[in-house]
Design a protein around this ligand. Structure first.
Ligand code: G16
Ligand code: MG
Length: 217
């Protein structure tokens, strides 16, 4: 029987985390708020609206809802400007091999992303066809660390939560996977993602033996 492999998007399939960072940094600077790469970890996997609130909290700055909406629009316009020329070269190393291996072994694949820009990114990178189900920021009410996005994905794949494996680069996403009783595989640094059941630096260090062990567990 097939397992459900659920992939986060930003920072797992594509290297868009750097574009989110640049777009947020511009806004933080405009608001005279110090914003470092370390602060940025707090934003990974977190919704756009919540991300702005976190930045404002960091700077102890309060602004009106009207101004928030203005910055949210600007953030997305700036972010989208980085995606205009996006193509398959932005797929992170080892990801395609993993997707192909899972497909070849008749496994189910879903996207579980907080982003509202997920579909165009999958289209531009030519990865859309690998996904049996897509759940993104347009489909869920509660953002990670709430498990809603992954629970929804498993339901669409028609697999049990226990038979689902989540690949995540964010702390919030790892927590969401754990709460959902799914296998959490952190992609990134051990120091940041220590709550994950397994941690790999990137997909080039995930071999077919490991994937087979997940399929047969
Ligand atoms: C991503 C990023 C977050 C971003 C969120 C919303 O989630 O990790 O930094 O704030 O999506 O993105 P957008 O502004 O495009 O709707 P994920 O879950 O794919 O890592
Ligand atoms: Mg991510």
């Amino acid at each position: 029987k097939s397992k459900g492999f659920i992939f986060d998007l930003d920072g797992v399939i594509v290297d868009t985390a750097k574009y989110h960072f640049l777009a947020w940094k511009k806004i933080a600077n405009a608001l005279e708020i110090d914003f470092t790469l370390e602060h940025n970890e707090l934003l990974k996997g977190v919704s756009r609206v919540r991300s702005l609130d976190i930045i404002l909290e960091l700077g102890k700055v309060e602004i009106s809802q009207e101004d928030k909406n203005k910055w949210l629009i600007q953030k997305n316009e700036d972010y989208l400007s980085y995606l205009v020329d996006m193509n398959e070269s932005e797929i992170l190393p080892g990801v395609m091999d993993t997707l192909r291996f899972l497909k070849k072994n008749n496994q189910l694949i879903a996207l579980g992303s907080a982003s509202k820009n997920a579909r165009p990114i999958l289209e531009k990178t030519g990865t859309l066809e690998y996904f049996d189900a897509i759940v993104d920021g347009n489909d869920v009410v509660n953002a990670k660390p709430d498990p809603e996005v992954f629970l929804h994905a498993a339901r669409l794949l028609n697999v049990a939560n226990e038979d689902s494996i989540v690949f995540e680069d964010s702390v919030a996403g790892v927590q969401a996977a754990n709460t959902a009783n799914m296998v959490s595989v952190g992609i990134g640094e051990e120091t940041t993602l220590h709550e994950a059941q397994y941690i790999f630096k990137d997909f080039t260090t995930i071999d077919s033996n490991f994937l087979e062990s997940l399929i047969n567990r």
